[in-house]
Structure formats: C-alpha cells, structure tokens
Design a protein around this ligand. Structure first.
Ligand SMILES: Nc1ncnc2c1ncn2[C@@H]1O[C@H](COP(=O)(O)OP(=O)(O)OP(=O)(O)O)[C@@H](O)[C@H]1O
Ligand SMILES: [Mg+2]
Length: 282
C-alpha cells in the first residue's frame, strides 16, 4: 500500500486580488520504506507540497491520502492526531523549543499524546542515544551546535515511531560536512526503523542517495528520474515504490565527535510551545 498519495493536488494562495498557483495538479505515490527526494527551483512549490502532504495545510483542490486516509475527510482534531502520531517533521531551522532541554524536546510529542512521563522520558533517552546525544540530554538548544540541534530534531521526529518522515531541507542550515553526517544518520535510522522518508533538498549529493527523485517545476511534477539502485523493484506498490525495509543501504556510522560547532543559529524559532509549557514538565 502506498503510505502517501497525492491526487491532482492544487494549491492556490490568494492575497487580495492576486492568486498564486503554487501547485498545479500534482500526482504522486510513495511506498513503505521508500526514500524520495523532492527537488526543484526556488518557488516551484516544494515546501508547499510538503506542508500539504504532512497535513500542515489543506489543498485548494485534490486529495491527499496518508495510509489510505483522505486527509480532507478528517476533522481538524483527527488530522492533528494523525500528524502527531504518524508523521515526523524535520525542518531546516530545527524548530526546537528553546525553553526545553534536548530530552524534553524529544519527549514533547509523546506528552502531547498523553504518554506517562516516565515512559516518554525512557523513549526520549533511547532516541537521543540513537543520535549520539544521550550525554547532552539536559542541554538547552542554545547550548547545542547546529548539527546537534538537528540531531535532537531527528530524535523528536522519530520518537513517535512515524510511518512517514518529512524533511524540508534538513541540511540547509549546516555546513557540508555536518550536512553529510546528519544525512548519514537520518538515512540509517529511517532504514533501520522502517520509516518512509520524503526529503526536500537543493543538494544533488543528497538526492543521489534517494530511490527516486521528484522534480517540481512551476507547481507541477516533471517525469521521474531514476535514483539510487533499488534492491526490490518487483514489489513496487506504486510507481517506484517499495515495501522493503532494507531499501536504504546502511551508511557508515557517522563520527559525530568530529562535528563542528555551529552555535547561535536558532534563537527563537516561532514555534508555539502551547499549553504544555504552562505546567511544569515532569
Ligand atoms: N502563504 C503564502 N502566501 C502566498 N504565496 C505563497 C505562500 N506560500 C508560498 N507561496 C508562493 O508559492 C510558491 C511556492 O512556494 P514554496 O515555498 O512552496 O517554494 P519552494 O519550492 O519551497 O521554494 P524554496 O526552494 O525557495 O524553499 C511561491 O511562488 C511562493 O511565493
Ligand atoms: Mg521551500
């Protein structure tokens, strides 16, 4: 089954009398375990598409299905719960909550789902260990390098055990070496944990690792180009999709000790921590 499907998706932004058609009839399908890169010029609609696919915004026309659920048929509440439990987001600017420690940031989506704090803390620490940051769990985002903050953001995205990980230029704010290490880690964890990865990138080296590259131009999908060799084409659930959990080759273990410091990039990120912050975290 396709984890994600877009059918004739349009998005038209209106400001006053001006209409901007950001997406113009996009169709795509992404299968379980697939790693898909989205590329295209600035303004071609990449971020808009990710927002729609992740249920952060609604299309002007067309359908988006996550695990077969048409997002338009869900209530706002149901859509929020689906987003919180099934989709992990990684943004270019990390979007960590500044007043929370690394561990609390990773616990956050679990606490929103009302998981008991003890269990949430255990899972958060486990994910922080996976990204090599257990020793930094009590640090605040401002005390972490850019690469470290993005690793916390990856832990936060994966801790919910999402079916789909959506990343919008996740290496865009990092230097090339840190970007490569970050991507090694993301790709390895996503493959090990059996997630599907959809990533927007301008970096051809990032896209070259994907099973499939979707090119957007002026809000439309250009014909597919082949990505990295795929081990199991016979199981395609949809054009180019696979159900294999071993689809992504295991990357070399990244040497995070060598990650360079990139301090001070993420002071205040506009994320509303919501009512949870009104009470003390456990
Ligand atoms: N909220 C909005 N209101 C009006 N127009 C918008 C809005 N968001 C995006 N657009 C327009 O939609 C088009 C697509 O924008 P989008 O952010 O999806 O591009 P992108 O491919 O992600 O570009 P970049 O590579 O620069 O991030 C652009 O023309 C943009 O100006
Ligand atoms: Mg964008």
């Amino acid at each position: 089954m396709a984890v994600l499907e877009a059918r004739n998706v349009w998005k038209v932004f209106r400001s006053g009398t001006v209409e901007v058609p950001a997406l113009r009839g996009v169709n795509l399908g992404v299968g379980q375990g697939e790693f898909v890169a989205i590329m295209g010029p600035s303004g071609s609609g990449k971020s808009t598409l990710l927002h729609l696919l992740g249920g952060l915004d609604t299309p002007s026309q067309g359908e988006i299905l996550v695990e077969g659920n048409d997002l338009a048929t869900l209530s706002d509440n149901q859509r929020t719960v689906l987003r919180r439990t099934r989709i992990g987001f990684v943004f270019q600017t990390f979007n960590l909550l500044p007043p929370l420690t690394a561990e609390e940031n990773v616990m956050f989506p679990l606490l929103l789902g009302e998981m008991p704090a003890r269990e949430a803390r255990r899972r958060a620490l486990d994910q922080l260990t996976q990204v090599g940051l257990a020793g930094r769990r009590t640090h605040f985002p401002s005390q972490l390098s850019g690469g470290e903050q993005q690793r916390v953001a990856i832990a936060r995205a994966l801790v919910i055990d999402p079916v789909l990980v959506i990343a919008d230029e996740p290496t865009g704010a990092l230097d090339s070496e840190n970007g490569r290490l970050l991507l090694d880690l993301l790709q390895r964890l996503v493959a090990e944990q059996g997630h599907t990865l959809l990533i927007v990138t301008h970096d051809p080296n990032v896209a070259a690792r994907a099973h499939r590259i979707i090119h957007l131009r002026d809000g439309q999908v250009e014909p597919d180009l082949p990505g990295a060799p795929h081990p199991d084409p016979a199981e395609l659930a949809y054009a180019g999709a696979s159900s294999s959990e071993t689809a992504v080759p295991r990357a070399d273990s990244p040497d995070f000790a060598g990650m360079k410091k990139q301090r001070g990039q993420n002071q205040g990120n506009g994320v509303d921590p919501g009512p949870l912050l009104a009470r003390e975290l456990p």
